[in-house]
Each structure stands twice: as C-alpha cells, then as structure tokens.
Design a protein around this ligand. Structure first.
Ligand code: ASP
Length: 411
C-alpha cells in the first residue's frame, strides 16, 4: 500500500471496528471473524520478531566490521548514533518518570491474563528471584547464555541478542571482507524486513479486529489514558527534535536552528507524511548534499546506515510506551525493569525497519523484556499511527544531523 494512504486507511479501519462493535453487537459471526483476524495478526507479528532481530543484528555486526575499515567516518557516525539514541531513551524515561498522568486511572486490568484473548505465555525475561544481586545475576546469566536455537524458538530476547552478537562477531573475525557471506546476511536481514512489511500491511485488518474486540473493554478512562500517553510521547519527541538535535546541529555546523530547519524541511515533511525513514532516504540524500553541503560519499554512508539503525524517535517512544503498558497491565517495574527497558529499547530501535509502524516488532521485544503480555500491544496500536509520523520525522532529522557531525569531524 502506498505509505501516504497507510495512516488514513488504518484510522478508518479502527473506527469501523469500533462502530461495528457498537452498532452491531448481535452479529455473532463478526465475533468469530474478528477473533480469527486478531489471532492471525498477532501470530504473524510474533512470527517475525525472533528472525528479524537475529538477522538484523548479525548483519549489523558484520556491517560494523566494514565500518571499522572506514576508519574515522565509521567511528564518528557510530559514536554519534549511539550517543543520540542513548539521550533519546533517557529523555523518554525521565519524562515518563515525572509525567505519568494516566496513573490517576486504575490499571486496565489487575491481572494481565484477564485482558481479552491474552495467551498465558508472558513471563518476565529476567526473573529477579529473591531480590538479591546474586540471584539476579544468576538468572540474568541463565537467560543470556542459552542455546541460540532454543532462544530463537522460545523468543528469549536476551538469548537472541547475545547469540546474534556473538555469532556476528565470530563471523566478522572468521570470514574475509569480500566473502559472499556478508551479502548473504545483509540479504537475509532485508528479506525479514520485507516479511515484517507484509505483516504490517495487514495492520488495517488487525486493527479493525482489535478495536472490535476491545470496544467493550475500552471506556472513557482508557481513551483518556491513551490520549495522555500520546501527549507525553509527543512532548518528549518534540523536545528531542526541537531542542537536542538542533543544538547538536548548531554545535557541529554553526547553522542556527531556523536555518537548519529551513534546509531540511522537505525530508522532514516527507517523513511526517509517509511515516517511513526508508521512503524518505532519497530526499534526505539530496538534501544533505545540496542544502547542508555534505560530501556525497559521506551522505552515502551516514544516511542509509541511519535509516535502518539510528531511530531516536522510535527508541524514545518504546521506552515511554513500555512504562505505560506496564502500568495499564499491572506489571510492577523495578529498577531492573527500567534498565531492561532502556537496553532493549536501544537495541530494538537499531533492528527496526524504516517503514510505517516498523518498530512494532521491536516494541514486542521491549514488552517481553519486562513481562508485559504481547497482546497488550493492541492497546498501543490504537494510538500508534499519529505518533509514528512525528517519531519518523525525528528519526530522519537525527540522520541529517549525523551528516553534519560527520562533515565536521572527518574533514
Ligand atoms: N516509522 C518509523 C521509521 O520509518 C519506524 C517506527 O518507529 O515504526 O523510521
């Protein structure tokens, strides 16, 4: 589907689901159909998580090896991407620590398993045990150091992350730079992105079924809580996009924020309207070269890498959304839970494809990390679309600022 149509179509399908549930409550067959659609949608979404993360991380580590060979440009770009993603998740977590207006309402369910259609498979990724440091470390190590096939089959996110990074590193040290294996893994990562893209094109159907089934469970306070979540994410994203990134751009290039925004307005508007970093990439390349005066060779390295691996808006959103869902589903978040959210949000933003709602697979990783039932993502999907537009614009802005940083530090 043309990405410009994606947002209106899925908003319409959510409304239709809600209308059908409200106006046609007697239609038993609608119950059956939406149940089927909902199960199929969630199963498909779950199906892509493990391979997507595994292949994108292995391909990412292999790419890093090539990056090392590019010397300074690689180091500067990666250092910048890592730092700004860290800043973004921290902003999200600090903002949500101080502003969580939805806690004025009771959680949606006290028992997560009581939520419509939740399958009892969610367990905390890292069991805190008796709360002692040694028990925690013990459980952490047990979750990390497992047979990678078992980790993939059981969707043990930590095990997958460790397995993929180790395997990627070992491969990078074993194979030659021009080995076809590099290409094979990068193609496999692209193929899993493509499958994720197919699954996401069914989002209108999934959302229709989800809103239909949730209509009875969602009342005024849930809608208000969702609107508050949107407000908090929006404010934090705006802070990162209007203050943090322009300041970095100013420091790196001397461009004042208004001159910077005037120069990059076209790709930002395109990102807003397509919700896709990948679709915006050609325009970002042209803009970085012609309006920001960055070498074509540098743009050709910094921007494609950024469109897949540098997603500040996405990382920030995932952190806040995980804290929100944990509250709504009665999951206690300890300090360990917050640290897990921080780490997994950073990593999963690296693995997210730059397509509309591309981070929804990674979002599930963050949820798994703290034991939020995967079905809870249905609640998030109701508010996801408008938020995706802004976070994609900030994702693209981050990449363009990366070009300025690369330009300054690799003269
Ligand atoms: N739509 C985002 C992008 O393309 C990814 C996401 O956060 O869903 O950058």
């Amino acid at each position: 589907m043309n990405s410009r149509w994606f947002a209106p179509v899925i908003i319409a399908s959510a409304l239709l689901g809600w209308l059908c549930a409200t106006l046609l409550p007697e239609f038993i067959w609608l119950d059956t159909i939406t149940e089927l659609l909902r199960t199929a949608f969630f199963s498909a979404l779950k199906m892509v998580i493990a391979p997507l993360i595994f292949f994108s991380l292995v391909a990412g580590v292999l790419e890093l090896r090539n990056t090392n060979n590019m010397g300074r440009l690689g180091a500067v770009t990666l250092g910048y991407y890592f730092t700004t993603t860290c800043i973004a998740v921290c902003i999200g977590l600090v903002v949500v620590f101080f502003f969580h207006p939805w806690t004025q309402f009771p959680p949606l369910v006290d028992d997560p398993m009581a939520f419509a259609g939740v399958t009892p498979q969610s367990a905390r990724l890292i069991d805190p045990g008796d709360g002692s440091i040694s028990a925690l470390l013990n459980n952490l190590l047990q979750a990390m150091l497992v047979n990678p096939f078992k980790a993939l089959a059981e969707m043990n996110v930590l095990g997958i992350l460790v397995g993929a990074i180790l395997f990627g590193l070992a491969l990078a040290l074993t194979i030659k730079e021009d080995s076809p294996i590099n290409k094979i893994f990068s193609d496999l990562a692209q193929a899993t992105y493509r499958i994720a893209g197919w699954v996401l094109t069914t989002l209108p159907l999934g959302l229709f079924a989800i809103t239909y089934q949730l209509a009875g469970q969602i009342d005024f306070s849930t809608v208000t809580a969702l609107a508050q979540l949107a407000g908090v994410v929006f404010a934090a994203t705006l802070f990162h996009g209007l203050v943090v990134l322009p300041l970095i751009a100013w420091w790196a290039s001397g461009l004042s924020p208004w001159k910077f925004f005037a120069a990059v307005s076209q790709p930002l508007v395109t990102a807003l309207s397509t919700s896709s970093s990948a679709a915006t990439l050609p325009l970002s390349m042209a803009t970085a070269e012609s309006k920001l005066g960055v070498d074509r060779a540098k743009c050709a390295f910094v921007l494609p890498l950024g469109a897949t691996a540098n997603m500040d808006g996405t990382a920030l959103f995932e952190g806040i959304a995980a804290v929100f869902l944990a509250y709504m589903f009665g999951i206690d978040l300890s300090a360990i839970g917050i640290i897990a959210i921080f780490l997994v949000a950073m990593l999963s933003s690296v693995g997210a494809p730059g397509i509309p709602s591309g981070s929804m697979a990674g979002m599930q990783m963050v949820m798994l990390a703290v034991g939020i039932p995967l079905e809870a993502i249905g609640l998030l999907l109701l508010i996801e679309r408008p938020l995706d537009t802004f976070r994609t614009a900030v994702n693209v802005e981050g990449d363009l600022v990366g070009c300025l940083v690369a330009k300054r530090f690799t003269q």
